[in-house]
Design a protein around this ligand. Structure first.
Ligand SMILES: N[C@H](C=O)CCC(=O)O
Length: 624
């Protein structure tokens, strides 16, 4: 049963205490602190209580309790050492409708008394629901070490500020800002776990941005709590605006394979910034990056730089339609290819997280041109091609799905992906925005040995700056304007800063061929750690991983497509996320995303993360 906590005003209220030993004395003291008018009835009166009586602070009736004594009292406490008397007091109180507390007997009590930490007007009440007063005391003592004495002065300042804010007719936002600045100015509550500045920023952000964010999955909507606002990152770590440090497994949703602020990337950016940030004209850097990409991913014979993964996939679709002269495209449920209209159908990522099967604002006529198949389901793909093959322009797929959580492709599925479109004259588009330079230096296509007609990249090739690229077979790419009739353009496309960061990232990767094996080894350690921890706690999980991208699903069932991914218990994921965050581990704030590792994550980071998972599992067990 959950008790309902209230703060009562007992000033001048008549309270009766039956009994006058040590327990009764404690109750009397706390009643007097609150200004209650206390009467004590007992035959044996202890020294301290007698003293209070002598000073006139309480009334003492030195006699036995008898039924009828409760008349006129607001509240009663039975604290005698005779259980029969205590029961009688409880019964009389029940009859009269007077709240009663019986020492050591929550069953007879209509209210229980918490352990209270007081700092002037600040009162923190701790209760274990009457089950362990000792635990309540220990928690209260722990809080005493955290809550400083000066908090009472702060309360005075805040009280004054409230009056002033009212007189000055400040807006609610101005008031909150003022109060927060007073609270923070005192520096009383800074320390591990404090998220005050993040919370304040989120309040402000919500006023000026939908959901307070610039991309829905950042909003912590699926995991609860306010998002942390990140101030800086270095290596495997990020720090929030409140100074908390986290081991980061989001890595800006994948781009930072070298970790945050890699010195070579930072240096390249500084160098380029001094030369200029954007020209809207041709640069050597974009040629160098295009050549570097083609060298690593040979199917991308000709490429076009854009500014995001969304732009890359949207443009690839237009190109496929322009090249084939057909309108239909096939995508897979749970795959996410950015937010262009044609591709927001049964999409993954934030759309699964927020339960939006098809986005608002997409015209039906557009949606009708997108056919949706099941990931890893060859029969379904065959059926679609048998029925609509001659009208299909392209199949677009994440070769390793990363937006319904990580779901690896099965062998026959990969084979069908290559064979079926070719048989029907359609194109195969690999969306490697996540997997490009992630699962291997040559992406998923190099890893699995499958050559698509077109490929889209983003994330890693921008080294942490906004970028995208689409490219592929030369005869197809020559249809892009100005070589051909399929128009696509961009003021900031091939932006020199993004090109510099991306090129440097690819150079570091190409000079360190052992890096992918290292990532693989650490990722394997992390995943087996997660599995072991959850198995030990008796919580069924499925951990999917391809190289350094992985997801922990809270289901015992194999996850091989959208239908099986959504069986994961997202409530448990939310608890897991929050428990890890508390311990300084920043995981994706949504179940249907990938965790990423960077070259900057050390064995020590992995060890700490697994230790945090052990602790998290204890709480998960309670929620399971
Ligand atoms: N899964 C998405 C991209 O990879 C997550 C990033 C976003 O939507 O902000």
């Amino acid at each position: 049963m959950a008790y309902y906590p209230v703060m009562l005003d007992l000033r001048n209220k008549k309270c009766l205490v039956v009994g006058a030993g040590a327990v009764a004395y404690r109750k009397i003291r706390s009643l007097l602190e609150c200004g209650a008018a206390v009467t004590v009835i007992a035959t044996k009166i202890n020294k301290d209580i007698r003293e209070l009586g002598e000073k006139g602070r309480i009334v003492i009736l030195e006699r036995c309790y008898s039924v009828g004594d409760l008349e006129g009292f607001f509240m009663a406490f039975a604290a005698s050492d005779d259980p029969v008397v205590n029961r009688q007091v409880a019964e009389e109180a029940a009859q009269r409708g007077i709240p009663v507390n019986v020492a050591d007997d929550p069953g007879l009590s209509s209210f229980i008394v918490p352990s209270v930490l007081r700092r002037g007007d600040l009162a923190v009440a701790v209760s274990s629901g009457g089950k362990s007063p000792l635990l309540s005391k220990v928690v209260r003592e722990w809080l005493e070490g955290i809550v400083p004495e000066e908090v009472d002065d702060l309360i005075r300042d805040l009280e004054r500020a409230r009056a002033e804010a009212k007189a000055a007719k400040l807006t609610p936002e101005e008031k909150i800002r003022l109060y927060y600045s007073l609270i923070k100015g005192r520096g009383l509550f800074r320390g591990k776990g404090d998220k005050m500045k993040s919370s304040e920023l989120f309040q402000r952000a919500k006023k000026v941005m939908p959901g307070g964010v610039n991309s829905p999955v950042r909003a912590f909507g699926a995991v609860g709590g306010d998002p942390v606002f990140i101030k800086r990152g270095f290596g495997s770590r990020v720090w929030d605006e409140d100074g908390n440090e986290y081991i980061d497994y989001v890595l800006s949703w994948g781009p930072l394979i070298l970790g945050h602020s890699h010195p070579a990337v930072v240096e390249a950016l500084k160098r380029q910034a001094e030369l200029g940030t954007s020209f809207g004209a041709c640069t050597e850097l974009e040629v160098l990056l295009a050549e570097k990409i083609r060298e690593a991913v040979p199917s991308m014979e000709v490429v076009r730089m854009v500014n995001s993964g969304t732009e890359a996939t949207m443009s690839a679709i237009r190109l496929a339609r322009g090249y084939t002269g057909r309108n239909l495209i096939v995508k897979f449920a749970g795959c996410y290819h950015g937010h262009s209209d044609s591709l927001l159908i049964r999409a993954g990522s934030g759309l699964i997280t927020y339960g939006i099967p098809d986005s608002g604002g997409v015209p039906e006529d557009t949606a009708r041109l997108t056919l949706v198949a099941r990931y890893n389901d060859v029969d379904m793909l065959e059926e679609i091609f048998e029925e609509k093959g001659p009208d299909i322009a392209a199949v677009i797929v994440e070769p390793v799905a990363g937006n319904m959580g990580v779901v690896p492709p099965e062998e026959d599925f990969l084979r069908a992906l290559r064979e079926l479109p070719r048989k029907y004259g359609a194109l195969l588009i690999f969306d490697e925005v996540i997997t490009g330079f992630r699962v291997s230096y040559s992406g998923a296509q190099g890893y699995y040995g499958i050559e698509p007609d077109l490929t889209t990249l983003g994330k890693i090739i921008g080294g942490g700056l906004p970028v995208g690229v689409y490219g592929g077979r030369e005869d197809i790419m020559r249809c892009v304007s100005p070589d051909g009739p399929v128009y696509q353009a961009g003021t900031l496309s091939g932006n020199p800063l993004a090109m510099a960061a991306g090129l440097t990232t690819l150079e570091v990767l190409s000079k360190n061929p052992g890096l992918y094996d290292e990532l693989d080894r650490r990722a394997e350690r992390l995943c087996s750690g997660f599995k072991e921890v959850m198995e030990d706690a008796g919580i069924p999980v499925t951990v999917n991983r391809v190289c350094s991208m992985m997801t922990v699903f809270f289901t015992g069932e194999k996850v091989r497509n959208y239908d099986t991914a959504v069986k994961s218990d997202t409530r448990l994921y939310a608890v897991f996320f929050r428990e890890m965050l508390k311990q300084g581990v920043y995981l994706p704030p949504a179940q249907f995303e990938a965790f990423f590792l960077s070259a900057a994550h050390s064995d020590e980071d992995i060890k700490k993360t697994i230790e945090a998972a052990w602790n998290a599992a204890k709480n998960l067990k309670k929620n399971y």
